[in-house]
Write a protein that binds this ligand. Structure first.
Ligand code: ANZ
Ligand code: ZN
Length: 874
């Protein structure tokens, strides 16, 4: 066999195969296809400018799955689109005077070309951007249908207000009290907003998490916590005297009614209506409330703040202790948006209450005592006791367990009347709030509503949809550009015809991404979905994306699926049957002495006596090697697909990104690693081109006679088929790659061994090479096509069935039997699978442990249970 010296040139080869795939329309997926469907989706990108290779790791994973499923006979939907609305386009407009639309579509064009270089098997005919009029028009339809179904609400709500960007921010866009983009200190404002009724589905969204078996456990737990279901009791405390405004009762929500005898104070949220009543006549209360509001009263703001309160002088009566009065505070750590906005504080068993009590000198009475501690030794000083135990200092509850005590308190209070109602009622609360979708921005989907002085908020009539974004818009001043537009918002009321005003808020961009997976099933339809088609394709069989979307995006999509089902656009329980969260691509950072980051392509790294040193490629100036970090624009540690495609080819990048680390872990991009992957590409190419001429033709019948080595190679081949298949099924891409390396090694070993001319060695070799190429196909699709052609095939790999492992060749040749001496296991005995009883007996008698035992005596008996056990009796 002659070794080929011709190097594989990915640059030409990859472009050529990409156009062949496209010409033949191989990745289009018809809706009316008899094959079973498979929908694989990667979270669609935001068109921020350019992609770097780190962005493409999840698309590579999705592509491996897509190509594999196609080869397994599925009709595969693997689409791509753009999550294209959002602030960055407006920021770019402000900074560079480009229109957000122009900026966005230019970025999409660039990024589409970049993605195409990677050779992903995407049905590009289904592509859309969420800022396409065609898409957001349908989103407005959905909004109006949700409105009709009672799933849209208009409420006044406290919002996080970014004074620099002049917009409302979602809680998760507030980081350490500052706007995520502007960095400005966020203020609290009361605004009337549009909400989607996700809280109506809280119970169901929680319950259905159990059905998501192919989701990572950690994501399900995060969602569970976010939804935050609490079972508790609403207790009505009586004021001693009357409170300002005439209130007789203070209602609290508690999950720990068992601790009622440990209560030492009550606390109201600064936003509680009673707090406002008190403030009306109490200047100090007013000042305290104002200070709390200045610092923010959102859950995030409150969590980090030191506990503080104001003693209002009011008191309530303890429900079970005659004459015991509890002081009522206004406290900064009580939220208005949860429960009743008021609590009873039990310092011994709640850390916030304890911190508060210690600060204000309130009593701390432990009422739940762990069993292993003596009552005299049990105190609570700095750390609240949250564990299990028995009730103490609690009158009729003494000796009960926590659950029993909860039940007893509930039962007694439910049966009592105060101010004409039971003193307590059982209640379930959720942390999950309705989803505020109003954003005071231009670059988003307009909310299709009109405000009329007489008729109120009126939906835009069907016939007038879509409400289009105006093109002529200016970004020179802060605030909402739509609101400032000279004429856009002026419109007649659809009901009474009077002069009215368009809603100038646009939708949160999370709305756009909450149903795009459904739109891919009928991307050009004149309705949001075509239900029969959507229901046939959905759910997404495998969804792949970043863990950063573990909560909001996935929860919102799950809610949309239900809302769309309720409004007839879908008939579906859950949108994503399988979810995989991938690790990132990380890379070293490089800095100049002045701290400025440098991109990898300007750096040369050398190793001198074991120490890696970097210098500037052009000037030779020394450069500091910084920590390994996620590839990002700001650190300049990115590598572009163009560069990779030019130097090594997409296949090398794809192979490398999946090879070293398990897919859920980060992988470090390094020049050495990429070169290693590329050497493998070249090696496969040499193997195939070197062997091609001497192999029997493709499709030759056989095999005829095979040597021991040939059979060994066939076994290795079929094991690889089994193992790679299983690894891809389980998304263990790095393991699949390791098995492929093994097979390549086996082929090389066989190739370099002695050949018996009377044997069909070439047949076994062809089988091995062909299997290697087909199994590699999902990872390195271009190399696979080129090699496949060299091996004499006309059909493309992309059109060829996945290889099947022959069970006969998977059987191990040797089996292991437990070897006993007088009924006690002494060793393992390795014998040929088809060994006769006599052969097994002989092997057992020859075993060292048996020889030592018999010391030259003959055995009395050897019992062989074929396939099970051997026992030597001596
Ligand atoms: C008395 C008590 C005693 C409590 C004790 C806890 C431990 P989850 O599990 O999150 O539902 N709480 C109720 N409403 C609140 C509000 N608006 N802002 C801040 N805290 C509030 O938590 C329920 C517990 O959080 C409730 O049970 C209440 O404090 C507090 F040893 O009541 B507990
Ligand atoms: Zn009107």
């Amino acid at each position: 066999m002659t070794a080929s010296t011709e190097r594989y040139n990915p640059r030409n080869v990859e472009a050529r195969w990409q156009s062949v795939w496209e010409e033949r329309g191989l990745f289009r997926c018809p809706d009316d296809d008899p094959r079973p469907k498979y929908y694989v989706l990667e979270m669609f990108p935001y068109p921020s400018g350019r992609i770097h290779i780190g962005h493409t790791r999840n698309y590579t994973m999705g592509d491996v799955v897509a190509r594999y499923r196609r080869a397994r006979g599925y009709n595969v939907l693997h689409p791509m689109g753009w999550d294209a609305f959002g602030m960055p386009a407006e920021n770019a407009a402000m900074q560079n005077k480009v229109h957000p639309k122009e900026w966005t579509y230019a970025n999409i064009a660039t990024m589409r070309d970049q993605l195409k270089l990677m050779g992903f098997s995407i049905d590009w005919s289904r592509e859309f951007a969420t800022c396409d009029e065609e898409y957001y028009a349908q989103q407005q339809r959905l909004f109006l249908d949700f409105l009709k179904a009672g799933l849209v609400r208009r409420k006044s709500a406290k919002v996080n207000w970014d004074p620099v960007d002049q917009t409302v921010l979602a809680n998760e866009q507030v980081i350490d009290g500052r706007g995520w983009r502007s960095g400005a200190l966020v203020e609290q404002r009361e605004l009337t907003q549009w909400f989607l009724a996700i809280s109506d589905y809280a119970d169901e969204l929680l319950e259905a998490l159990k059905t998501l078996e192919r989701w990572p456990e950690k994501v399900r737990i995060m969602q569970e916590k976010w939804i935050g279901r609490s079972e508790g009791l609403r207790i009505r405390f009586q004021f001693a005297g009357t409170a300002p405004g005439g209130a007789e009762i203070l209602e609290v929500f508690t999950t720990r009614p068992d601790t009622l005898f440990g209560a030492s104070f009550m606390a109201l949220s600064p936003d509680h209506p009673l707090s406002a009543e008190i403030a009306a006549t109490d200047e100090k209360a007013r000042a305290f409330i104002a200070e709390c509001q200045r610092r923010g009263t959102s859950a995030e703001a409150v969590e980090t703040a030191e506990k503080s309160g104001y003693d209002t002088g009011l008191k309530v009566r303890h429900p079970f202790l005659d004459g015991k009065l509890l002081p009522v505070y206004i406290a900064n750590f009580v939220l208005m948006g949860y429960g009743t906005g008021a609590i009873f504080g039990c310092p011994a068993h709640d850390q916030r209450d304890l911190d508060f009590a210690n600060r204000y000198g309130l009593p701390v009475t432990p009422v739940v005592k762990p069993d292993e501690v003596a009552e005299a030794d049990f105190t609570v000083l700095e750390e609240a006791y949250l564990g299990p135990g028995r009730l103490v200092h609690s009158d009729f509850l003494n000796g009960m367990g926590v659950e029993e005590a909860k039940e007893e308190v509930a039962r007694r209070l439910e049966g009592r009347q105060v101010a004409g109602a039971p003193q307590a009622s059982r209640e379930v609360n959720f942390r999950l709030r309705d989803w505020g979708i109003s954003r005071q921005r231009y670059w988003g989907c307009p909310i299709p509503m009109i405000h009329c002085r007489t008729c109120g908020a009126v939906p835009v009539p069907e016939a007038d949809l879509p409400v289009r974004l105006p093109q002529d818009i200016d970004f020179d001043k802060p605030g909402n550009p739509l609101d400032r537009h000279p004429s856009w918002k002026d419109v007649a009321c659809p009901q009474c015809g009077a002069q009215a005003r368009r809603e100038t808020d646009t939708m949160d961009t999370f709305v756009d991404s909450s149903w795009y997976f459904a739109r891919f099933t009928a991307p050009r339809a004149a309705t949001p979905t075509v239900p029969e088609i959507a229901n046939a394709w959905l759910p997404v069989d495998q969804y792949i994306g970043g863990i950063e979307h573990a909560i909001l995006h996935l929860l919102y999509s799950r809610f949309f699926t239900r809302a769309m089902t309720e409004t007839g656009h879908l008939d579906l329980a859950e949108p994503f049957a399988g979810l995989f969260t991938q690790g990132m691509v990380v890379h070293e950072t490089y800095r100049e002495p002045d701290g400025a980051f440098l991109p990898p392509e300007e750096i040369v790294v050398e190793e001198k006596s074991g120490v890696r040193q970097a210098r500037h490629a052009k000037t030779g100036a020394p450069v500091e090697i910084g920590p390994i970090e996620k590839m990002s624009k700001s650190k300049r540690n990115t590598v572009g697909p163009e560069e990779i495609s030019r130097n090594y080819g997409a296949d090398t990048a794809r192979w490398f990104m999946l090879s070293d680390s398990p897919p859920e872990r980060d992988v470090q991009w390094s020049a050495a690693g990429v070169e290693g992957a590329h050497r493998f590409v070249q090696r496969i190419w040499r193997m195939v081109t070197g062997a091609a001429a001497s192999l029997p033709p493709a499709g030759s019948p056989g095999p005829g006679r095979l040597s021991e080595a040939d059979i060994g190679l066939r076994r290795a081949t079929h094991r690889a088929i089994r193992d790679v298949t299983e690894a891809i099924e389980n998304l263990r891409f790095n393991r699949a790659i390791a098995f492929l390396h093994d097979l390549a090694n086996q082929i090389a070993i066989h190739d370099s061994g002695d050949k018996d001319d009377s044997c069909d060695s070439g047949w076994a070799q062809r089988e091995a090479l062909e299997s290697l190429i087909l199994l590699m196909g999902p990872f390195m699709p271009h190399l696979a096509e080129e090699a496949w052609q060299v091996l004499g095939h006309d059909r493309l790999v992309a059109e060829t069935d996945w290889p099947e492992a022959d069970p006969a060749l998977l059987r191990e040749d040797e089996i292991i039997l437990p070897l006993q001496v007088n009924g006690k296991k002494r060793d393992d005995l390795k014998v040929a699978r088809d060994a006769s009883v006599a052969e097994i007996e002989a092997a057992a008698l020859a075993a060292e442990c048996v020889q030592r035992f018999l010391e030259g005596r003959p055995a009395r008996k050897v019992i062989v249970v074929p396939g099970r056990i051997v026992n030597v009796v001596g």
